[in-house]
Design a protein around this ligand. Structure first.
Ligand SMILES: [Fe+2]
Length: 425
């Protein structure tokens, strides 16, 4: 029986199929371009290669192509006779994820990795800030993320993917030195992973090294194929640092050409959240944003995220609808937020409604009740700065600037050292 590059036995006799599959897995783990082509090449070499169909379905899900997910998952089940126990479990765990059964999928991943910890595409489901732990909505999910990665680590040796994901979990809880060692080792053994470069960028951000971070990421971003899964989000980091280092011309250029729905090839979740976050962070910094921009993004949010369910998307949509004056869509989120963070989503959406009406006191009360547990939304600290800065802005509007500084000194001290919230200094 042949093995994949992580030593898992695979039910195919085609060496070509395995080679293409390994390439697809490597590209998927590093957000490199051509994942779809590699899994399709594996399928073409062996049409009965179940896990290659699953891999393709995973890529389709990441890209928001639900028709493709269904088709590939059906193919995976059609070819699933005679699988090993590991492959059967791989298919059933993946099926839960691909059908949106997130809580069940998370529990199933935990069971699966006990027996097959090096089944990397299953372990990967519970990693990063958009994974099954990241979006679990559970209190303490950042500690859980670190615990999951720490338990996985002994099984992966010097593997670049594992070291990079461990680094991400570490830096999100403030273990910056440890994260630095692991991400540098990950980048040494695979310099091509966009995920690793992205994690390195987060370390620059948490270390308050904005200029260095911008020049580091810009070098890689300029050589990153726009069809790569992280291109949109890496562009966001470049755009955000452009804003925070005072290069507005570059910020608008990056936003319009590489992040906004008009031009981006990125996953819809990134297109919505990255565009909304950059526009609102610009406004919080005192930069004027035209209503047309917000209206365009509001229309996009209504197309791609019509039904509330994923809190991280919904709170960005709430900002967008509020700023676009699309109160009906905003009220829909307030009334119908669903999922494990719906309690927070409703409060935050209402807070943005209050902000829009210049009801700064009510908005700040709601933000105050949310910020201490906003990690439950998922996403990175850098992304959720939006909520901390929104609270600060509401306090500043009430003349409570000293209070805003005190809170930020505890939550996000980086905001005090930069001129990134209008009126704070
Ligand atoms: Fe990021």
């Amino acid at each position: 029986m042949l093995e994949d590059s992580y030593g898992n036995k695979i039910s195919t006799n085609s060496a070509d199929a395995i080679a293409s599959y390994n390439q697809g897995v490597h590209q998927f783990l590093g957000a490199e371009p051509n994942v779809e082509a590699s899994f399709k090449a594996a399928i073409s070499a062996d049409p009965k290669f179940t896990l290659a169909h699953v891999g393709l379905a995973r890529e389709m899900q990441l890209r928001g192509r639900s028709g493709g997910v269904k088709q590939s998952l059906n193919k995976a089940f059609e070819t699933s006779k005679n699988l090993s126990a590991r492959e059967q479990s791989h298919l059933s765990v993946s099926s839960l994820l691909l059908r949106g059964k997130s809580a069940e999928a998370r529990a199933a991943v935990y069971e699966h990795v006990k027996e097959w910890p090096r089944d990397v595409l299953i372990a990967q489901m519970c990693t990063s800030v958009f994974g099954l732990i990241g979006f679990s909505g559970l209190p303490g999910r950042e500690a859980e993320q670190l615990s999951f990665m720490t338990n996985l680590t002994p099984n992966y040796g010097d593997d670049w993917w594992c070291k990079a994901q461990l680094a991400f979990a570490q830096l999100e809880v403030g273990q910056l030195d440890e994260a630095g060692i692991n991400i540098e080792e990950a980048l040494l053994s695979n310099p091509n992973s966009a995920h690793s470069k992205h994690i390195r960028a987060h370390l620059y951000y948490e270390n308050l090294q904005d200029e260095d971070g911008l020049s580091y990421l810009q070098r890689h971003w300029e050589n990153y194929d726009p069809s790569g899964a992280l291109y949109n989000h890496i562009s966001w980091h470049v755009g955000l640092w452009s804003l925070e280092t005072g290069n507005l011309e570059q910020m608008w250029n990056v936003l319009d050409k590489h992040i906004s729905p008009d031009n981006s090839q990125g996953p819809p979740l990134n297109v919505l959240t990255d565009t909304a976050a950059l526009l609102f962070r610009a406004e919080l910094a005192g930069v004027e944003v035209t209503p047309e921009r917000w209206r365009g993004l509001s229309a996009y949010a209504m197309t791609k995220f019509a039904n509330p369910g994923l809190g991280f998307a919904d709170f960005h949509a709430a900002i967008t609808h509020a700023r676009a004056g699309n109160i009906e869509a905003l009220e829909n989120i307030i009334a119908n937020a669903k999922g494990p963070v719906s309690d927070l989503t409703k409060k935050v959406a209402r807070a943005y409604l209050y902000m829009q009406g210049a009801n700064w006191l009510s908005a700040s009360e709601l933000f105050t009740s949310v910020v201490r547990e906003h990690a439950r939304f998922g996403g990175s600290n850098a992304q959720r700065d939006l909520l901390d800065f929104s609270l600060a802005a509401c306090l500043i509007h009430q003349g409570r600037t000293r209070e805003a500084k005190t809170i930020l000194a505890i939550t996000r001290p980086r905001a005090l050292q930069k001129d990134i919230i209008s009126g704070l200094h």
